[in-house]
Design a protein around this ligand. Sequence first.
Ligand code: CA
Length: 227
Amino acid sequence: MTRVLVVEDDPQLVRALVINMRARRYGVDAAPDGATALELAATRRPDVVMLDLGLPDMDGVEVIRALRGWTRVPILVLSARQASEEKVAALDAGADDYITKPFSMDELLARLRAAVRRTEDLALVPEATLVETEGFTVDLSAKKVVRDGGDVRLTPTEWHLLEILITNPGRLITQKQLLQEVWGVTQANKSNYLRVYMAQLRRKLESDPAHPRYLITEPGMGYRFEG
Ligand code: CA
């Protein structure tokens, strides 16, 4: 099943898109803002991203740049903005196609089919999903981490945490988001889980785990990956 991630803050439009795409047997996830979109892109691995540029928490162009840090997933931009410089900015950041609101559902579905065909072409070439730092390299497809020429063994939980952080470079991921995503809980009192696992990850990845360079704590808030 082709999975589409719809990133749009207008609930009526989301509902219309979801109904139409599910009727055509697409799997659909929806994110109302950029932060949720980046999390879902990392965890759900959609085949196509449909992205509104005007989001409540960040500009859609920023979402495109963050995605392009690690994935070639086709991005179809939906926007009410007519200005050509907006389109140029979105395309320059790595969007594949652009559709201006209001659009007809038929046109949107045709663009979606075209984006899916591009995915099929891309599937012939292995995706470069390498995130490289000076200290270590992460291969998101192979789920492998290499440090100093050797494989680093991570537990599934450590991997899940690392994956969320590195696919959101430079972005604060809150304790609540990480707990929800990795353990399916939101209780703030479970933040000791996070401390334990982050300490383990740092021991495995940081040359000076007490003074991390890549896996940064934002005290009282959450964590951030600096590449
Ligand atoms: Ca919007």
